[in-house]
Each structure stands twice: as C-alpha cells, then as structure tokens.
Design a protein around this ligand. Sequence first.
Ligand code: BV8
Ligand code: ZN
Length: 249
Amino acid sequence: MPLSEYTMHNIKEFRLQDIQERLYKSKAVAILTGAGISAESGVPTFRGKNGLWKNFRPEELATPEAFKQDPRLVWEWYDWRRRTLAQFKPNAAHLAIAGIEKRIKEFTLITQNVDGLHQLAGSKNIIELHGNIWRVRCLSCGKITVNRVVPIKILPFCECGGLLRPDVVWFGEMLSDSNLTKAFVAIDNCDLMFIIGTSGIVQPAASFALRAKDEGALVVEVNIEKTPLSASMDATFIGKAGDILPQLL
Ligand code: BV8
Ligand code: ZN
C-alpha cells in the first residue's frame, strides 16, 4: 500500500510520511520490538493462534520453577525453538531497522526477542532485554557462552560439570540492571519511540511506551492489530512490520 494509505486511529492525524519526516529530524530514536517483528521470518509469536509449542504456554515453561522441576522438558522446548530458528532469516522489518540505525545520530534498539535476528540483520546498538536463545549460562560457575549446537545434547553441561541453562530471562526473574538502566536512558532521552510487534502484556517492557510519552517523546506503534498500548500511542499503524518499516527508509 502507498504511504498515504497507512492512516491510523488516534487523536492527532499522523500519516506515515509525517512520521518519516519526524524520524530524520530527530536527535535520538528508541525502538522496542517484540515477537511480531520476527513473525514474517516464520518465527511463531508467543500469543499468536499457532502458539509456541504443543499445548504448553510460555508462562509455564519459561520459568525457573519449570526448569528446576523438569530441566529436560524445558531444554526440549528450547532445543525445538533453536532448531526451528536456525532455518529463519531476518525479514524486511529487521533490515529496515538496521538501515534506519545508520541514519540516526543516537539510536537504541531494545528487543524482547531472544532469537538474535536483529544482530543477523546488522543492527548494532541492541539491548537484549530478555537475553538470547543462542547463549547458555552455567548454574555452577555462571560462565556465559555462545552455543549454536542444534540439536543440543540434552542435558548440556559446562566443562566445570555444572548444568547449563538458556541465557534468557524467565518469568519471575529480574531483568539485568545494566540492561534496564541502558533502556531507561534511551527511553528518557529519545524524542521519537517506535513500539513494534508487541502485545504489550509482558512487564516491564510493556510500560516503556508510557514512560517515553511521559518524558515527552512522540510514540508510534506498528502492529497488525490494536493492543492495550494503542489508546495511549500518538499514532498506531495497523499493518505488517515488514510492509510498513521499509517505507520509513
Ligand atoms: C520481572 C524470554 C520482576 C524467555 C520472556 C503476575 C505474576 C507473576 C509475574 C507477573 C505478574 N504480573 C506481571 C508479572 C511480571 C511478568 C509478566 O509480565 N507476566 C505477564 C505474562 C503478565 N514479568 C516478568 O516476570 C519479568 N520479570 O517482572 O521481574 C519480578 C520478579 C519477581 C516477581 C514479579 C516480578 C520477566 C519477563 C521476561 C519473560 N521472558 N522471554 C523466552 O523467550 O524463552 S517474555 C516473552 O514474551 C518473549 O520475550 C516475548 O518477546 C515477550 C513479550 O511477548 P511479545 O513480544 O509481545 O509477543 P506476543 O506474541 O505476545 O505478541 C506479538 C505481537 O506482534 C502481537 O501484538 C501481534 O499482533 C503482533 N504481530 C504479529 N505479527 C506481526 C505483528 N506486528 C507487526 N507485524 C507482524 N507481521
Ligand atoms: Zn560451569
């Protein structure tokens, strides 16, 4: 669809080209992405209809309790996700964000995704809020290493003998202080923030848009449907990230 077609529902009438103008005039831009930005690469979203795995909900498996209780089951789930992910490439939305970053003085990408597709697309200044599925961490010595072995031997152990876990943030676990601090600095300093492909349910990421607004930024949402965040956005563009974002380049 041509730029002008993308209207949205909100108080102030913004068209995509208005946002495009604002984008290249801004001093600092922050982008928050969720699972929706990887959907067009084939990666199943968390709360989409096809769900993520068998009849388990992420909130049941992505927890320290689940791992303690049944590390094999949790590793089977992560191994399945890693095997599925290994065949996927960044899509036009990931590439557009990497392209925008090159043209903005101060740019920060904050992602909730653990799939590593933003890195593959060439994004540089990334805050991986929820960790990365291609890293593992030893429960004994705490060593973090990149591990791209698919399928991974279940159960994987560190050379120190400790059990390895995925280096991701599970539900009920604290996000790393340094990541949160970096994210808040980016959010508080930006004059334009995009919220792309997230259902706005998982905290604390779901409150970042409001924080940016309180700090005076213009906040723009891109999603295939309205979310609980939409009502407080300055603009919401309904459509696929892979269609809309390249038009901002
Ligand atoms: C924390 C890593 C402090 C793992 C993830 C009640 C009880 C207990 C806890 C809580 C509670 N209430 C709140 C909490 C806190 C909890 C939380 O928020 N729970 C939710 C479920 C209510 N949060 C936490 O626990 C966080 N830690 O708060 O610490 C604390 C400590 C102790 C006790 C309490 C608090 C940690 C959260 C991190 C969890 N880890 N991932 C892994 O991935 O294996 S979260 C997981 O969900 C992913 O990271 C994912 O990115 C994230 C968010 O989901 P979305 O990205 O939004 O994806 P979703 O599928 O939901 O939506 C996709 C969207 O894309 C949709 O809107 C769709 O329309 C759109 N879309 C689809 N296709 C496209 C598209 N848009 C554009 N284009 C397309 N083509
Ligand atoms: Zn170890």
